[in-house]
Each structure stands twice: as C-alpha cells, then as structure tokens.
Design a protein around this ligand. Structure first.
Ligand SMILES: Nc1ncnc2c1ncn2[C@@H]1O[C@H](COP(=O)(O)OP(=O)(O)O)[C@@H](O)[C@H]1O
Ligand SMILES: [Mg+2]
Length: 267
C-alpha cells in the first residue's frame, strides 16, 4: 500500500448497464489523493453510487481503467470500506455484532475484534449500547454503528454514499462535526470519498469537491477548497468564501438539473 501517489485512479472508465442502453458514466477520469477527503456532488441518477460501487469492487467497470492502491480493481480491494445511505445494519444482530461484522467475516480473532470495535464504539459515543438492537436506536446512532463497522476493519480508504442523507438536519450536522473531529486525528485520517446531495456538506467536509455532470457522467469540475485543518464548521459557514463556493457549485449543477429534467420529460 503506497502512501505516495493517488489512492484511487479512474482513467477513462465507463460503466454501462443493460447491454449499453444505460450509460452510468463514460470515459470518466478522476484521481483521489492519499488521505484527502474528496466530496462528490452531482445530479440525482448521474452515476455517483455506481462509481462508488465500482471503486468498492462490488461491480465491474465496462471499459477503461480503475486502480486502487496501484492495483486494478477486481473484486473488493483490500483496505476499502463502505458506508451506505441506509445504514445496512443487520436487524437481528446487536450493535456490537453489527460493528464486528466486517472483521468477523474476515476471520479476525475475537481479541482483536473486541479491541477495535470497543475503540470505535467509544469514539462514536456508543459505549453502553453494545447489546442494543438497531430498532432500539435513533437514525443517527444507527449510522454511527455503520461508521464503526467500516472503521473497525482499519481501512485506508473509506467510501461514503450519502451517509447522512436519511438523517434529520440537526443530527446530520452533529454527525458531520463528529466525522470532522475523527478525521482531524492524525491516527484516524484516511482517504475518503464522500458522496453527498448537499453542497453545504461537501464544502464543510471536503479537501476538494468533484462536480459530476448529468448522465452519461463525467467530472465536470474539481474544486480545491480553501479551508484548511483543523477545521471549525461554524467558522467555515461564516466565511464569505463559503457562500461564494456554494453559489458557484449551485450554478454548475443548475443547467445539468434542467438537462436531466428535460431528459426525464421525453423519456
Ligand atoms: N443494476 C443496474 N441496472 C441498470 N441500471 C442501473 C443499475 N444501477 C444503476 N442503474 C442506473 O444507472 C444510473 C445511475 O445510477 P446511480 O449510480 O444510482 O446514480 P446516483 O447515485 O448518482 O443517483 C441510473 O440511471 C440508474 O437507473
Ligand atoms: Mg446514489
């Protein structure tokens, strides 16, 4: 695993469905730097989830090149963990067993599982809830378990697919701050690809933002965010550059939104 060079490279990668009737993305190129937080925004249905699933090795690209840690993706790469929008917890398993799931699947010893799971449960404020079941938890707590499950596998790349989209606005802000606090710890910092519908969220969390175009998707623009680390969410929101960036990205997405609507109308 290299600390140098990009963590993920997509080079003219395409993904087609239904024998080419649906092109999720075509000749898409993107580099994700090691230990950066790259947020991806784009219109609904443009292929964000598909791109993430390809990086996670859950489905193959149709053409081009996709490389994680220097190796072409063929099945789930080592050191990559995913957090999904709808938590993906097993309802019949406790918080502890859900959090331990990835490690248990990998055949990790129970001593190491206990150490890692308890470490992240504590960081996520879930100590004391180990024996609870998902239905006994709020949405925010369920997604913290989803995050703990991913982090416990000690990934170097964390893929997040709109992980906070199903949460209410307040809980979402709390989880954003918790995630930032975690990523600010040098020992916990990872390469992260974070897909979101929320322009604000992308600006608050990202080192860079990749704006995807409507289908067939490409990377329309990459924005370097001027806010450094450690990052204070309130200070970022109050920064005049926040509003300017927000407007810029909104304008980037607007014609594509109109285009997507027109396409839907004729479909
Ligand atoms: N398994 C599949 N079979 C056929 N079409 C699919 C499949 N998965 C996704 N799609 C299509 O690919 C496009 C991109 O979907 P998706 O990646 O979920 O978009 P996003 O996450 O940006 O909203 C959509 O038009 C969707 O209907
Ligand atoms: Mg999606």
């Amino acid at each position: 695993m290299t600390e140098h060079g990009p963590a993920i490279v997509a080079d003219n990668a395409s993904k087609l469905f239904a024998d080419g009737a649906v092109v999720a993305f075509r000749r898409l190129s993107l580099e994700v730097r090691s230990r950066e937080i790259l947020c991806i925004v784009g219109p609904s249905g443009c292929g964000k989830t598909t791109l993430l699933r390809c990086i996670a090795g859950l489905t193959d690209i149709s053409d081009g090149r996709l490389v994680v840690h220097g190796k072409p993706v063929q099945g789930p790469p080592d050191g990559v963990a995913t957090v999904f929008q709808h938590f993906g917890l097993l309802p019949w398993k406790t918080v502890y067993d859900n959090a331990a799931f990835g490690l248990a699947m990998a055949g990790t010893s129970s001593t190491i599982i206990r150490e890692r799971v308890n470490h992240y449960l504590a960081l996520a404020g879930l100590t004391g809830f180990e024996k609870h079941y998902p239905y006994q938890l709020s949405g925010g707590m369920q997604q913290r378990v989803g995050l703990v499950r991913a982090l416990a596998t000690n990934p170097s790349v964390l893929l997040m697919d709109e992980p906070f989209a199903a949460l209410d606005a307040q809980t979402r802000e709390v989880l954003q701050e918790e995630l930032l606090a975690l990523m600010q710890r040098p020992d916990e910092r990872k390469t992260m690809v974070f897909i979101t519908h929320s322009i604000d969220e992308a600006i608050i969390l990202g080192d860079r933002i990749a704006v995807m175009s409507a289908r067939p998707a490409r990377i329309a623009e990459i924005i370097d965010l001027p806010f450094g680390w450690p990052r204070d969410v309130d200070a970022v929101r109050a920064d005049p550059r926040f509003a300017a960036l927000r407007e810029h990205i909104w304008n980037q997405l607007r014609p594509q939104r109109a285009g997507a609507r027109a396409k839907e109308a004729v479909a």
